[in-house]
Design a protein around this ligand. Structure first.
Ligand code: ATP
Ligand code: MG
Length: 245
């Protein structure tokens, strides 16, 4: 694991509808490390992930890829090539789990035999081999998320952005997902996860941030809903924290 960030955004600003949504001095993603990002509904988490994935432009930002400053037009191409954004409710095609996972490789024109071998490995990795031929649209929420994760991983991204990956999961599905995220980290993939339930997912995170009024705060300055019931957590409340809306 390299100490130098793979991808870094500095002085990132984004306005929507006349209000400043994001005003972030520095956000760095390292290979093999996992950033956890919390924030109230509408705080800007998804928007931040979409900017990092090159799917939406910032108003302004300095972007560094492997330490090299790049104009947005170039940085965006690197982001699109190396960063994969996994939506909270992933869009799955009306076909089998295996077909869904194969999609990116087929699109890239890989030979059929190579696609088959990689899909087989990805199915085993995500614990989906037993449902490889089921229609992906008929799966449970947790299974769909795992298909989306396998589909993202198979194209070998350097960074994976997971938007609320465990929102619709039961305990067992969550545990499986954390296990998969640990394995992504061990393959040197940088991971960013947004979640309203960081107290569940904290075991996989190396860094925690809370997005509030456009700024990233050290998450330990902010109580989660879970922690806020405990008096000790109040000691760490930031002075400007108005509490959950
Ligand atoms: N293109 C846009 N035009 C106008 N407003 C936008 C646009 N994109 C996002 N917004 C607004 O920016 C705010 C942040 O949205 P975003 O989806 O990033 O929040 P979030 O933190 O992911 O919320 P949630 O926890 O509900 O997923 C919302 O108020 C949203 O309506
Ligand atoms: Mg969101």
């Amino acid at each position: 694991m390299s100490a130098e960030p793979l991808l870094e955004f500095r002085r990132l600003r984004k306005h929507v509808g006349g209000r400043c949504l994001l005003d972030i001095p520095e956000f760095a993603i390292q290979q093999g490390r996992c950033i956890l990002l919390s924030g109230e509904n509408g705080a800007g988490k998804t928007t931040l992930l979409k900017i990092i994935a090159g799917l939406e432009p910032p108003d302004s930002a300095r972007v560094y890829y492997q330490g090299k400053a790049l104009p947005w037009s170039i940085a965006r191409r690197h982001c699109r090539r190396h960063v994969v954004y996994v939506h909270q409710t992933p869009y799955l095609f009306d076909s089998s789990v295996a077909d869904n996972i194969a999609y990116g490789l087929r699109r890239a024109g890989l030979p059929h035999t190579e696609v088959r071998a990689k899909v087989k490995e990805a199915l085993a990795w995500a614990g989906l081999a037993h449902i490889a031929q089921r229609n992906a649209r008929q799966l449970s929420g947790g299974e769909k998320q795992r298909v989306a994760l396998a589909r993202a991983r198979i194209i070998s991204p350097r960074v994976l952005l997971l938007d609320e990956p465990t929102a619709s999961m039961d305990h067992e599905s969550r545990e499986r997902t954390y296990f998969l995220i640990q394995r992504l980290k061990s393959k040197d993939i940088g991971v960013v996860i947004t979640s309203h339930e960081l107290h569940y997912i904290s075991s996989v995170g190396d860094v925690r941030f809370h997005l509030h009024q456009g700024k990233l705060h050290n998450d330990f300055d902010f109580p989660t809903r879970h922690d806020s019931r405990q008096p000790a957590a109040r000691v760490f409340m930031a002075p400007n924290w108005a509490g959950p809306h």
